[in-house]
Design a protein around this ligand. Structure first.
Ligand code: PNW
Length: 486
């Protein structure tokens, strides 16, 4: 075991901020209340109940639509600085378009925002965490570029109604998940299977929507509202299988550039990474296409996109070992385009999610990679967390948070990375997409069998709160457990 006493006792900087995150479809419920329209997740889970692990859906979820005041009290007890929540597009615009604005939806988020501020917690809002209005999917969804227009219209409604109080905006949560799972592999709503083609068209529309939303803020809102606009992009760390092998280093770089630089390079530098443009062009022609499957940005679009984040949101959970694949030209597929084989070491601790292993040093290398590739931008960790099956004495989650947060401290103090804040996923157990309620990421337990959806503090909530309020990691800290109060 570690001699923790030998580790430097690093502190988070004075202006470092802590929060927790959720997403509308995963916690709100109220799926058809007060004029809300249907999203692709409402339709997807209702039409294909048996595709979700426990045949569940987000119709009620944590019932935060009715219990948001209680959620705010949980946040207050944790002592966090901010709450990262997402806004349901169809709750605001039932048809996805601005000719029909749902005042009850505006009211709900006004109430949540005001309740947060009254309790000293900053609202950090994500505009899109996967719940696309179904009518826009009926127009083809994200591969149809007209959706960028609709998104910018929606963003304007959000800035107009909430921008006086919301000072941290994230346009999109995880373009990779939206497009690769939703339109490439077809494993998430809207379950479109278009690998290597529709996933690239989807990301292209979303990047344009992001950039134009940032420019809209610059032109019409920034001088009045003085907020920040960013984006939350997910990536795992891809470690060279043999760190001394030049091929394996190439595999790592290729995987980082083509699974992450894919989104980050456009918002910093205006275009997809060169290696991505080159590889997809070459492979597309070998497959008999007359042009690349990867769409191109015009010179004007590149100019527009360049420099469109005030902070870079990073969703990071786990890592992979990678080496180059043998190649060979098969069917169009993003992962074939990337050209690496990846695996997770069986010795890494396992969570309740097959893809999630605990690899704390991976977040450190990921942060250093960002620093070296994009000029050390301000990074807000917008998600990081651990799943289990719901135990209150959640020692696995406690270990995960401590170990990852310590690697973030090292990135700040030893590597000079500009990490400005940290967000735990999640405030409470919630609807974990295709895994339903079988995988729990919460700092609070939620009883989904009880119509009241009671929340109960887990051990990790006390440990996280201790880190947040003392700004360092006390490896020996143990709360009164089991708790005598509450
Ligand atoms: C996130 N990866 O997705 C989502 O933003 C949340 O809604 C979700 O509940 C949470 O993870 C837990 O699954 C991820 O590449 C996307 O490792 C990608 C990765 C991890 C999580």
């Amino acid at each position: 075991s570690f001699a923790f006493a030998d580790l430097p006792d690093y502190y988070f900087p004075d202006d470092f901020v802590f929060g927790t995150a959720t997403a509308s479809y995963q916690v709100e419920g109220g799926w058809n209340e007060d004029g809300k329209g249907e999203s692709i997740w409402d339709v997807g889970t209702h039409e294909h109940a048996d595709w979700v692990a426990d045949n569940s859906n987000g119709d009620v979820a944590c019932d935060s639509y009715h219990k948001y005041k209680e959620d705010v009290q949980l946040l207050k007890a944790l002592g966090v600085n901010f709450y990262r929540f997402s806004i349901s597009w169809p709750r605001i615009l039932p048809d996805g378009k601005i000719d029909n604005v749902n005042q009850a939806g505006i009211d709900y988020y006004n109430n949540l925002i005001n309740e947060l501020l009254a309790n000293g917690i900053e609202p950090y809002a994500t505009m899109y965490h996967w719940d696309l209005p179904q009518p826009l999917q009926d127009e083809g969804g994200w591969p149809n570029r007209v959706l960028a227009d609709y998104f910018v219209d929606y963003a304007r409604v959000l800035f107009d109604n909430f921008g006086d109080r919301v000072k941290h905006w994230m346009t999109f949560n995880e373009i990779m998940s939206i497009c690769e799972l939703g339109y490439g592999q077809g494993s998430f709503a809207p379950y479109v299977n278009g690998p290597g083609v529709e996933d690239y068209q989807c990301t292209h529309t979303i990047l344009l929507a992001h950039g134009r939303t940032y420019r809209l803020y610059d032109e019409n809102y920034r001088s009045q509202q003085n907020g920040l606009v960013g984006i939350a992009i997910d990536t795992s760390w891809n470690e060279p299988n043999n760190p001394d092998s030049a091929d394996d280093q190439q595999a790592s770089e290729q995987a980082m550039q083509m699974n992450y630089g894919w989104f980050v390079n456009p918002v910093f530098n205006g275009n997809y990474p060169d290696i991505m443009i080159q590889r997809i062009h070459d492979i597309s022609l070998q497959q008999g296409y007359s042009e690349s499957r990867l769409p191109e940005f015009t010179a004007d679009e590149q100019q527009m996109l360049k420099g469109t984040v005030d902070f870079l949101g990073l969703n990071h959970y786990t890592s992979y070992m990678v080496y180059l694949s043998d190649g060979g030209v098969g069917q169009p597929d993003h992962y074939a385009d990337v050209g690496v084989v990846s695996y997770q070491d069986p010795s890494w601790p396992s969570s309740a999610s097959s893809w999630l292993k605990e690899v704390p040093w991976g977040i450190n290398r990921n942060l250093v990679w960002i620093k070296n590739h994009y000029g050390n931008p301000p990074v807000l960790i917008t998600e990081n967390g651990w799943s289990d099956t719901g135990e209150l004495e959640d020692n696995g989650r406690v270990d995960y948070y401590r170990n990852y947060l310590y690697e973030i401290l090292k990135a700040i103090h030893e590597d000079g990375c500009n990490v400005i804040g940290y967000t735990a996923w999640s405030l409470m157990d919630n609807f974990e997409w295709m895994s339903g309620y079988t995988q729990r990421f919460g700092l609070h337990y939620v009883d989904f069998n009880d119509p009241e959806r009671p929340r109960t503090r887990k051990l990790s909530s006390y440990v996280f709160s201790n880190i947040v309020t003392t700004k360092h990691i006390d490896w020996d800290y143990k709360p009164d457990w089991p708790p005598t109060e509450n």
